[in-house]
Write a protein that binds this ligand. Sequence first.
Ligand SMILES: C[S@@+](CC[C@H](N)C(=O)[O-])C[C@H]1O[C@@H](n2cnc3c(N)ncnc32)[C@H](O)[C@@H]1O
Length: 301
Amino acid sequence: MGGFKATCGRIYRRLTTFLRDSCLARLSIGRLEKVADTALRFRLRCHEYVRQKQARRHPGIQPEIRSSMDGSTLHRSILEPRPPWANLDTDTPAIPGMLTPAERAYYAYLPRFYRGLGEVVELGPWLGLSTHYLINGLKHNPAFTDKQLHVYDDFTWRCAWMNKWLDDTGIPPLENHACFLPLFEQFMASSEHRLAVTRCKITDYDGNESLPEITWNKGPIEIIIVDCGRPLQVNEAWYRVFAPYFIPNTTLVVMQDWQNYKRVPEEYWENTKLFTDSKMEALDMIHEVAGGGIATFIYRG
Ligand SMILES: C[S@@+](CC[C@H](N)C(=O)[O-])C[C@H]1O[C@@H](n2cnc3c(N)ncnc32)[C@H](O)[C@@H]1O
């Protein structure tokens, strides 16, 4: 322990000496940018450890959320190497998608905690890979009998960032701004009757301007999965529409791309953490998925 403390002390002294203004001022612009990036990575990592240690200290979620399927309890899990969803057997459907293996497992795991207290909503399914795992999990949950997963997307093809996800799939890319709803329906054919699908826009975005705006009038929401972009504007837009229907201490808000705020160098439009920090009284983080971008929050009201 003494050795560890001494090493930490040495690193800290070297860092502070190196980062003194007199030293920094002599560096080239390129080197200064590298130092800034390294410092940012260091800061992000420290914050990850802070969140992880806090979750390990208080892993329980109050009030308890118990699975309707196997009686297991939902716990906080922040970047754990072996989270409860790690060993879940997931299939690999022939649906193009943007999910990592850890994210697929997470979407297969979460539906078991649906308790029938409200609706389940997914924003931004693209071709339906996330939808596939969510609906297959929900279908096996007795609390979901007679329910549907409410899915919203503008289904507007954007060649600039969608085409590359079709590489090696044999599916030809669509024309820019074409409607890809038929492709989604084709991939989701076996679950069609369990999905309520709406084509609409959450905010104006590259080709969707003429679509109707998203609305919600179907009552309380128990789980909402959000994968429709990282700018503050789009996140504020869905929150304005859906948050009035969240159930305090119950609703789970899953943000697919939350961890994108960790990009180094920073991107001005990666605003996920800015968004959740601005609602920190309402959104209490319970999961941060290692090997993916997902973070999940419980709504506190
Ligand atoms: C990253 S993709 C989702 C990937 C998908 N969840 C999967 O499993 O592969 C984001 C989706 O959000 C939709 N989207 C983005 N911005 C939107 C907006 N302002 N309104 C409606 N849909 C939007 C896009 O059309 C796209 O289908």
